[in-house]
Design a protein around this ligand. Sequence first.
Ligand code: NAP
Ligand code: MG
Length: 486
Amino acid sequence: MTDLLPNFFFDPTKCFIGGRWVAPLGGDYLPVENPSDGTEFAKIPRGQKADIDAAVAAARAALEGPWGRTPAAERGRILTRIGQKVLERVDDLARLEAMDVGKPLKQARADALALARYMEFYGGAADKLMGETIPYLDGYTVYTLREPHGVTGHIIPWNYPMQVLGRSVGGALTMGNACVLKPAEEACLTAIAFAKIAEEAGLPPGVLNVVPGLGEEAGAALTSHPGVNHISFTGSVPVGQLIQRAAAQNVVPVTLELGGKSPQLVFADADLDRALPFLVNAGIQNAGQTCSASSRILVDRKIHDEVLARMAERYTALRVGPAVADLDLGPMVSERQRQVVENFLGDIGSAEIAARGSIQSDAPGAGHYLAPTLVSGVTADHRLAQDEIFGPVQVIIPFDSEEEAVAIANGTDFGLVAGLWTADGSRQMRLARKIRSGQVFINNYGAGGGVELPFGGTGKSGYGREKGMEALYGFSVLKTVAAWHG
Ligand code: NAP
Ligand code: MG
């Protein structure tokens, strides 16, 4: 696995606070595991409340210093420079991520490129969000200003560390906030690397602070901190609920990007040759550890057996192995996550395993490998069709009418993404409105990542929007100025 050994162009044992690389105040560290072979290859700080206190103070100082007066165009220029430097480091970042979370190299590379795109997109957007003048009473001029919240807290998960960092921190910096980032314990390396890149690109001290550590320690300290003015959280529903409660104490707004159980609806008139790769990829990409994974395939009963057979054929060809082998799937991020998925598969009741991919025979025994699994004979209320599994498992469910398809699609607690496969234009328009989710894709799924496309949930998938221009409303606060001049 040595050919993956990342180039540490930064010090992974340090927090980045106030523009300085500092050891965690408590002197504790966490091991970094390579999920492809179970080895430990680095250590990262186990940040605590004291480190978060220092980071929030540094962010506040930055806001009160030059950053608070930096023109939007200059903020944009800095973000654009960060994006360029990310591009120069794409291969280093990809190797780092592949080693840290087990992503196949091509996926890790796509994530690094997306991080660069977020910086480019938001760099260009920084001076494009405008206020309004509002017609009002005689003798008044009224206008609105978009101002930063102040200090923004960012808690991100391990599944797409670079992408979520990019969309969350990118949007916040664009609007002139100062950020404190607590990456996920299993995936801190690219966040620390990003801080180094941002420093090299000239981001002023204290504007971005990174404190690695555990959720219940550094994470909880950040989300309950009275000096934080906005929280952007991406992760699970239970932790999202905890964060909402913590934020309520300080009455600060929260953006929650939570889980999903996203369906793809396949009608009898669908172009199956086009649909098939999307149907499967949307379930197994990143070993199914994707918030917008399509874990439910709803199929018109008339073509159910054909779709099942064609998906099964693809599943049988899927190969799982170490990140460096760059196959269809890498390992799960951790043994804990692998076990979560095994537990689901150990209790499928009357459902049937229709097909599985295969783990390469030379994959290291200590890696957290799991063969992707297609399950048929599942009813809409089955646990596998209701709960987020967060692994490479898809269920296929037949429907008999458009109404039933919509009812099944909308019949979970979640509502993040949906896919529609049909040639009927009226049905496309009708269902795009009826489906309860934050995004609907018609005759595609995922649309190539979509930095530009607003993203977020309904129901227990959360609220607020990140990505695209829409995110910038969430990362700012509107002020109305009413001037009387007679
Ligand atoms: P998680 O367990 O909720 O963790 C997410 C983040 O929250 C991590 O940084 C975690 O830190 C931190 N955390 C845990 N407990 C905390 C607490 N008490 N206070 C503050 N922070 C705390 O989720 P995960 O297992 O990493 O990620 C999987 C979940 O994320 C899935 O449900 C997935 O659907 C969702 N997700 C959603 C999106 C989206 O955009 N909608 C994108 C990606 C993932 P530690 O891990 O270090 O403990
Ligand atoms: Mg790791």
